[in-house]
Design a protein around this ligand. Sequence first.
Ligand code: XMP
Length: 196
Amino acid sequence: MQPQPQPHPREHQLADHLESILLSEGQIRARIAELAAEIEANESTRPDLTLLVLLHGSLLFAADLMRALSLPLYLESFRVASYHGGTSSSGELTMDPQSLSALRGRHVLVVDDILDTGRTLAAVTRVLREEAGAASVTSCVLLDKRVARAVEFEADYVGFPIGDAFVVGYGLDYDGRYRNLPYIATLKPEAIGGGE
Ligand code: XMP
């Protein structure tokens, strides 16, 4: 009898955790090309455009988006944390005030992974305008969970509107894991809340 191919341990582990793939690598790649074209058309008149990447969630999205843009960009990043091991926004925002000084007088395009309650981007854009003294502020998100909005906020550029599912992959995590997946997926209920 022929030996059966064994699943790679990582695949096996992931298959136990993931419910379904919501957005494939190909879908993400194609949409990023469209977003980049939109951004280039609108933002090329703003001199010294600065991409402000909100870490860690936007790491993969920003890396792909910036390579698709042929504008002479500046890059800044800072870390914001609104989830602390759960699946709903705590509303708590941690920002490094020192990183803000680099943005004075700059035209800033904030890049975020997902717009959910809207608290993070509403707070970040307010700080950029009122405290950092940015010349202008626009925002670009890969995902927009419109139904979950708690504060009024719309992004200028949206990759994909999605429903109210908790998603992981392509930079998005659950309790620190799954950021490395090259696609966006939903988790099995047993993978949320401590189950392995
Ligand atoms: P708010 O609620 O402030 O949320 O708009 C923005 C941040 O919350 C995180 N977030 C998620 N992370 N899966 C995740 O892995 C999700 O479905 C999700 N929804 C919100 C994310 O860090 C985002 O920047």
